[in-house]
Design a protein. Structure first.
Length: 128
């Protein structure tokens, strides 16, 4: 692959992911060669695995169904935080050290913001 790639198209990402899966290169080698973060490349590999799994299903999910499943999984993983968003309750004393300040509104929590973004994205997807 060309070491001076400036824009990573889906085709280029696919070629790199295939090289990683085939063992021709590693995530750390690709990260150094192409000045990308390992987490970015690992994300591409995970996306490719999900896409492969879906394409090999007897009844593949459409894009909307994939996003809905991903959103449900996120909501289950973060259900306490999601409950706060839905009810508008705020946490009492004993905030997590990860929170910015005791006065911070729970609706601005990064996890909740991500869930809101996912939900908005689903509303914007048109059914083909």
């Amino acid at each position: 692959m060309d070491d001076s790639i400036k824009r990573w198209t889906a085709k280029r990402k696919t070629a790199l992911v295939i090289e990683i899966i085939q063992g021709k290169t590693t995530v750390s080698e690709a990260s150094r060669s192409f000045d990308l973060t390992p987490s970015e490349i690992e994300g591409w590999v995970e996306d490719a695995k999900r896409g492969m799994e879906n394409s090999l299903r007897a009844n593949p999910l459409d894009i909307r169904e994939q996003y809905e499943k991903q959103l449900r999984d996120l909501q289950e993983a973060y259900s306490p935080a999601h409950g706060l968003l839905q009810t508008g309750e705020s946490r009492a004393e004993g905030r997590s050290p990860l929170c910015r300040a005791d006065q911070e509104d729970d609706r601005n929590h990064p996890v909740l913001t991500a869930l809101q973004f996912q939900a908005a994205s689903l509303r914007d997807v048109s059914v083909a």
